[in-house]
Design a binder for this molecule. Structure first.
Ligand code: DUC
Ligand code: ZN
Ligand code: ZN
Length: 472
């Protein structure tokens, strides 16, 4: 790989925008130049390739800090493999993912970490790191946490729901948090009150309320808000930093904001589905259609104002990151396991390809600014998960992970299976975006250009992450 000049574009970092040319040498960004320096470099023959980005945005490759490729869940496995899912990510301008190693109750965390390495190695189109799920936390899990931090797994997800599968009780979570406070890891929390949800689900099924809509009604916002508050209090007792995943309830954001106002290291993400989709429109779709959007936490009632509050939280920094929680299942053979019982519908859907576009639409709608778009999708995930400097920024010394985004382009999502995820439907069917991912570069290699994919399985490398840069 020689030198490439991206000329004529507007470079957008989280700190602001400016017209500049970007010089890439091999896998690295080597210079940000005043616009027009290109002619001089080209005439000296020091640049092999010039990419004209006139009228376009030049942004850091996006980072999706919450994906589940091939995740075993709900009696099946997420339908995107590391190969198909990271290819789809590349199509959408995401050049790094952080996926979750799953350790269920009774499994050995370190063995699971090795197993996930085997699944991902040689298959990924973009770079990848790992968080680790720890379920039913045992003393051996606590020891494993230290070893995993040394391997670049510096964040651990605990669950307050899914009894018998993922759930840890408060004492176990407390011990896990004590360990994180000690070794500097970030605790990620699935904050829903699982015991209450289990009762509500059982009662709904007994009543004959079996349609997908009842998935939403049996996971009420109170269950999310209560667990969020409890997680914040437990973290406070231990001093552990806390990151709440997939926040969808307005009242949960209020607890997070209050903790942050008290100066606590409490962080949170939301996902595009909690900004755009709703209980009424999607989960309440006729027949079994709503199964397409069964995920946890669930889509919330628009009438209650949750979606508007998520946008507000993104503007005010009560929420710091947008991830996808990409966890796709096909309707045929997977989602349809729950045709007679919503509790058997595997939880999750796909979106790794669309996050950057969907969030750009937030810029168009004037919900967020251009630098905030980059901050939410690229820069803060890099800092939060210990990759900043190499990832998440356009500056000399950073990896040449670059997206050229055309604000005058257009993207029609999902229509006629135009997406690249391994799913037999699109949860985002019909969404129209006033922008387009034109060119995607990962460590200097062009993955997407001119509507074509030029990547390969195995280009993506493991990212051995450092500690969260919000804590040091
Ligand atoms: N939580 C996740 O983060 N992903 C999939 C399902 C779930 O409950
Ligand atoms: Zn979760
Ligand atoms: Zn998830």
């Amino acid at each position: 790989m020689g030198r490439t000049l991206i000329s004529g574009g507007t470079v957008i970092n989280a700190t602001g925008t400016r017209k500049a040319d970007v010089l890439v040498d091999g896998e690295t960004i080597t210079a940000i130049l005043a616009p027009g320096t290109d002619s001089e470099l080209v005439s000296r023959n020091t640049v092999e390739r010039v990419i004209d980005a006139t009228g376009k945005y030049v942004i850091p490759g996006a980072i999706d800090g919450h994906t589940h490729m091939e995740m075993p869940f709900g009696g099946t496995e997420a339908s995107d493999t590391f190969e198909t899912g990271t290819r789809a990510a590349a199509w959408g301008g995401t050049t790094s993912i952080v996926d979750f190693v799953i350790q269920k109750s009774g499994e050995n965390p370190l063995q699971q970490f090795e197993a996930w390495h085997k699944k991902a190695a040689g298959n990924c189109a973009v770079d990848y790191g790992f968080h680790q799920v720890l379920s039913d936390i045992q003393p051996s899990s606590l020891t494993a946490m230290d070893e995993l931090v040394n391997e670049g797994v510096t964040s651990f997800k605990f669950f307050m729901a899914y009894k018998g599968v993922f759930l840890s009780d408060d004492g176990q979570i407390f011990r896990g948090m004590q360990k994180a406070a000690d070794n500097g890891a970030l605790v990620m929390m699935h904050a829903e009150n699982g015991s209450v949800i289990d009762v509500l689900v059982q009662q709904a099924i007994e009543r004959g309320d079996t349609a997908p809509y009842f998935h939403g009604l049996t996971r009420p916002w109170q269950a999310e808000a209560e667990a969020t508050h409890r997680a914040i209090m437990l973290a406070d007792l231990t001093g552990a930093p806390l990151y709440i995943v997939h926040v969808s309830a307005k009242q949960a954001v209020e607890h997070i904001a209050a903790a942050r106002d008290r100066g606590k290291n409490v962080f949170a993400e939301t996902c595009p589905q909690y900004l755009y989709l709703s209980l009424e429109e999607q989960l309440g779709a006729p027949g079994f259609e709503g199964a397409k959007w069964v995920c946890s936490t669930p889509l919330r009632a628009r009438a209650e104002g949750h979606q508007a509050h998520m946008w507000q939280g993104l503007r005010t920094n009560d929420l710091q990151v947008v991830s996808t929680d990409h966890c796709p299942f096909c309707m045929k053979g997977q989602k349809d396991m729950g045709i007679d019982d919503f509790s058997r519908i595997p939880n999750g859907f796909g979106g790794v390809e669309h996050r950057l576009d969907l969030m750009y639409q937030g810029v168009v709608m004037r919900e967020i600014s251009l630098p905030r778009w980059v901050e939410l999708c690229c820069t803060t995930p890099a800092r939060m998960f210990g990759m900043y400097g190499r990832k998440g920024v356009i500056e000399p010394g950073a990896d040449a992970d670059i997206v050229i985004y055309d604000p005058n382009g257009h993207t029609s999502i999902g229509v006629g299976k135009t997406h690249h995820m391994n799913i037999d439907y699109s949860a985002w069917e019909g969404f129209e975006i006033d922008g387009h991912v034109d060119t995607v570069m990962s460590r200097g290699k062009i993955l997407i250009d001119d509507g074509k994919y030029h990547g390969r399985p195995g280009h993506g490398e493991y990212i051995k992450r450092g500690l969260s840069q919000y804590l040091i």
